[in-house]
Design a protein around this ligand. Structure first.
Ligand code: GDD
Ligand code: MN
Length: 380
């Protein structure tokens, strides 16, 4: 151990000894707007993992509250603290994957950055891995001794239970708490699975288990899920829709183009909105052409909003890029609409029925919109 050069430190900073080589355990903490929770978590880990060889990696998605700055401040004097700052991307699952891949340690543990997970159980989870009895140790609220009182309300409890039922139907292993975001595994085991992960949504544990070439050996460790003290939960209705997407993706072994299906469903919603508004305005005495134009514009706006918050949630546009994106979207959809009508006419003149011609036009329209949206508007 050597001590950091004083010249690199600011006044009133004292450095912990710096070490050579990587530690044995990496704790990966995905965080978004958790500035107030970073320091308490590092303190809690320092207590819980005393006597073990560990580091913590905070994976932040450019939180507006300056989470990464707090991490960097701590990292200046404590080599156990690392940070990954991702810009222009969002997502709990991909944050966990990238944090785990940044590790060279023997073991990786994953936990939330909001102090809801019981860090005192980490040692038991690592010991389970060391004993060789499992590939993955899961902090579980639904085994003897576990507790789930930290879920905010009845609604969250009902959702959680529903999700668990659904997950258990397709899981190849027995698992009381497949929704857990608190677990640990051997890094070399994970690295083999990583290329197969889908990375969508909140439920990375499900993703890992369903992507493993063979059903993993799972050990559940009883845990308490504590109430959140600072900040707020990022789980919302869009996250749940994404969870359904992940389940479908895994059930169809990845060959179902989930993003395209979501995009097409959003498009279908747009068509319904268009028809509804057009009818209401017609009843109010408006001319068809104007009523239809207003309906179409409203549909495009709603589609843009849904695509930005759901279909391309991980590449969501904000600020000025939002307006640029909206402009391109309106242009692209208008072109798509003309292509739709044109193709339908060609098919119809070629002797197809009106229904078939119309369907062909719609398919071409949605494929065009999707292709351009994915490459020009919400590009990677
Ligand atoms: N980097 C990054 N990017 N982190 C994120 C993002 C994101 O887009 N969204 C959420 N997080 C972080 C949060 O800051 C927090 O540390 C952790 O992921 C969990 O998010 P919460 O918003 O606190 O989720 P929750 O409490 O509703 O859900 C948790 O509880 C579930 C059990 O009911 C999650 O841990 C789930 O994984 C867990 O299964
Ligand atoms: Mn939480």
């Amino acid at each position: 151990f050597v001590t950091q050069k004083p010249a690199l430190l600011e006044k009133n900073e004292t450095a912990l000894p710096v070490r050579a080589g990587c530690p044995e355990i990496t704790v990966v903490v995905p965080c978004y707007c958790e500035a107030a929770n970073v320091r308490p978590l590092v303190d809690a880990l320092t207590l819980a993992l005393a006597g073990r060889d560990w580091e913590v990696v905070f994976v932040d998605d450019n939180s507006p509250d300056g989470t990464i700055e707090v991490v960097r401040k701590l990292a200046r004097t404590n080599w156990r603290v690392r940070g990954i700052s991702r810009i222009g991307r969002r997502g709990l699952s991909t944050a966990v994957i990238e944090g785990a891949l940044s590790s060279s340690a023997r073991y990786v543990a994953v936990m939330d950055g909001d102090l809801q997970h019981d860090e005192t159980r980490l040692g038991t989870m690592i010991d389970a891995l060391t004993s060789g009895c499992c590939d993955i140790a899961v902090g579980s609220r639904h085994v003897e001794g576990g507790d789930n009182s930290g879920l905010a309300n009845v609604w969250r409890h009902a959702l959680s239970d529903g999700g668990i039922r659904l997950a258990q139907m397709i899981l190849p292993v027995k698992l009381g708490d497949p929704m857990s975001g608190f677990f640990a595994f051997r890094r070399d085991w994970f690295v083999n699975i990583a290329p197969r992960l889908s990375g969508a949504g909140f439920k990375i544990l499900m993703d890992i288990i369903l992507s493993a070439p063979e059903p993993p050996r799972v050990e559940e460790i009883a845990c308490t899920f504590k109430p959140r003290l600072a900040g707020e939960s990022k789980l919302d209705i869009m996250v749940m829709i994404q969870f359904l997407g992940l389940m479908l993706d895994k059930m169809f072994h990845g060959w179902l183009p989930i993003r395209f299906l979501v995009f097409a469903s959003v498009g279908a919603i747009g068509v319904l909105v268009n028809i509804a508004i057009m009818n209401v305005l017609r009843l109010a005495g408006m001319e068809f052409a104007i009523a239809q134009s207003v309906g179409t514009l409203a549909a495009m706006l709603i589609n843009f909003w849904l695509d930005n918050t759901l279909t391309y949630r991980d590449r969501r546009l904000k600020g000025t890029r939002l307006y640029g994106g909206l402009f391109v979207f309106l242009v692209v959809c208008s072109v798509g609409a003309w292509a739709n009508i044109g193709i339908a006419q060609i098919f119809q003149q070629g002797g197809q029925t009106f229904d078939k011609a119309s369907a062909a036009g719609a398919v071409i329209g949605v494929v065009w919109n999707y292709a351009v949206s994915s490459t020009l508007i919400w590009r990677r």
